[in-house]
Design a protein around this ligand. Structure first.
Ligand SMILES: [Zn+2]
Length: 206
């Protein structure tokens, strides 16, 4: 699989430079399509990368648009050493705010479950514990919005609050991404390339 993946990668880069289309005969073209499909299956995201941050924000924004809300834009905060991204002007009716708050966590969970996060073995309890702690910490602010209170060092999230947030994200929110997943990938690539994407453009892509 390793060498095949390397081969796919090479082919994918060739494919990316449009010149291949002009030169390729039908046979080669089929081969390219096939290897690109294989490459798609090997789609891997690195923990803590900008790409994962983009997915987190696109998760919030997708849930927001799906529930009939509005979105100004998603953007990376340039000059921020931690490379934070934000979804701005995500407005939904109050009864739907909890779903939008779960959107980032749910998107990260969705990728994990699909095996799309690099270096995480879902059959290894230690890996799963580590990665779930990271995903929870990425949603630290969202989780507080969800439960409607501010946590402090002496008044941290309770076990019940963690379970409620996680179950809501997994059961109620993550299935929404089944409807949009391939188009969310397009949104993520545009966001990564331009460092921001307008709400209208995202609506168009979805
Ligand atoms: Zn978030």
């Amino acid at each position: 699989m390793g060498s095949y993946f390397a081969q796919c990668k090479t082919t994918f880069y060739c494919y990316d430079q449009n010149s291949v289309w002009a030169a390729a005969d039908a046979g080669v073209r089929r081969h390219i399509d096939y290897t690109c499909l294989m490459f798609e299956r090997d789609y891997m995201i690195i923990m803590d990368s900008d790409e994962l941050k983009a997915w987190h924000e696109v998760g919030h924004a997708t849930v927001c648009l799906h529930l009939g809300g509005d979105l100004d834009r998603i953007e990376f905060l340039e000059g921020n050493s931690q490379g934070f991204a934000v979804a701005r002007g995500c407005y939904v009716m109050p009864d739907k705010e909890r779903s939008v708050a779960c959107g980032g966590f749910a998107a990260e969970f969705y990728l994990l479950q699909a095996g799309d996060i690099d270096g995480v073995d879902l059959n290894d309890p230690k890996d799963v514990a580590e990665v779930s702690a990271r995903v929870f910490s990425n949603a630290w602010k969202d989780h507080q919005d969800f439960i409607g209170r501010t946590v402090t060092e002496d008044n941290d999230f309770t076990k019940e609050e963690k379970e409620e947030f996680m179950n809501y994200a997994i059961i109620r929110v993550a299935p929404i991404f089944d409807l949009y997943f391939s188009r969310m990938k397009l949104v993520v690539s545009e966001l990564l390339a331009a460092r921001s994407i307008e709400g209208l453009r995202m609506r168009e892509l979805l």
